[in-house]
Design a protein around this ligand. Sequence first.
Ligand SMILES: [Ca+2]
Ligand SMILES: [Ca+2]
Ligand SMILES: [Ca+2]
Length: 489
Amino acid sequence: MDQIRRVTSGKALATLLGGALLSSMLGGSAGGCARGAGGPGTGGFGGQGAEVCGDGSVAGGEDCDDGNTADGDGCSATCSLEQGFTCDGEPTECNDIDECAQSPCGQNATCMNTQGSFACVCNPGHVGPACEKGPCLIDVAGGRGHSLAVRGEGTAMAWGSNASGQLGEGSTMSQPTPVPVQGLTGALRIAAGRVHVVSARSDGTVRAWGSNLYGQLGDGTTTQRNTPVLVQNLADILSVTAGSYHSLALTKAGAVWSWGQNSNGQLGDGSVNNRTAPIQVQNLSNVVIIASGQLHNLALKADGSVWAWGHNVSGQLGDGTTMQRNTAVQVQGITGAAAVAAGQGHSLALKADKTVWAWGQNASGQLGDGSTTQRNTPVQVQGLSDIVAIAAGDLHSMALRSDGTVWTWGDNQNGQLGDGSTTPRTTPVQVVGLPAIKTIGAGPDALHSFALTADGVIHAWGRNDSGQLGDGSVVLLKSSPVLPQITCD
Ligand SMILES: [Ca+2]
Ligand SMILES: [Ca+2]
Ligand SMILES: [Ca+2]
């Protein structure tokens, strides 16, 4: 009776405290180990010989004795019962308790029994120590005429132009409202090139779909795919990015892999040969964040330095030159970087002091320095402080302040600044009509912009000639935020 009551209370606690603590509670209550006759301190009296742990017989103050002095097998080196085991007999035999038989994890998690313990793994779409329902959407990306969002449970939705199969829904028919990407599960991150998509999954693999003209899907072919295919050679991938016609993946160990178009050295392998399967970017390690522009890339290292390679005709590599680089060079004058982003020919870095810096192409004011002068080394974006995230589109830039407001600058011919106008801005303006925002997004080919709330509700604005805003309309542009038709339960 006592035991049942304790297990029941343990179940209630599991939803609040997770597996580890409950495990110790269950271990303590469900032991059932055979003690020697009588309690501690009585066994030695009149017994056979002294208490020796590891001799196979339970004596004195021993809880158990399995004939060894090894830990982790149920009976410890000091012959006490270990948590998560039940022990019996003489010599003592210990077995793992299958805590999962008691369904301790609640309905939003899956119980994994382990030797001596158990773990509660949140079901897809559920997060936190109590495995509560997570945000509706967790990542978003824009290509030239298409858009994608990853749902909390690991599936993805796509909408807009589909001429190259870039919606991954099995056809080449455009969709003005979101439709599911076929056969994609476990998705965590998503990135869009001009007409292709790459997605990193929770198992560390990568899927890709859409145009494959330059091998940007990394499946060893140049065959267009209307549904997701596995990218070759990759494991332990944390995130992905996409340039116009190439793709990048970052491993958990901080290495970068690339594939697809290499016309401007954007694969960073020292050559200009296109690759249909991933190869490792040379001379680059300890990378924690990657970003792709249309024909160049940025990598932020753990030490806060920023590195760049590929096309440099607009100074987008920030090395003070306009020379194409087929391997990574260091961006000048940036230390303590916390995030990077890149558009067509410009680059952005967020520093740990929450200021934003920009370099490269500036004809539309996308560097935000009040001018339209190209910069071959970083300049500070004006009028921004307390910034926590950055993003870049084709010719525009975005920043998220800690107060949840979104700021944009650069080209606005398609309403992509979201300020209700189509006037380009050389300094940041605030996006109108948004609730508090948690995540911003665009893409190096995108003429439109996204913002997600903490709950994962998506807002979109900018070019909409292919239905890439997902609100069911197909009109040239919307210069204020609209809601793509994704329902969140
Ligand atoms: Ca013993
Ligand atoms: Ca043992
Ligand atoms: Ca167990």
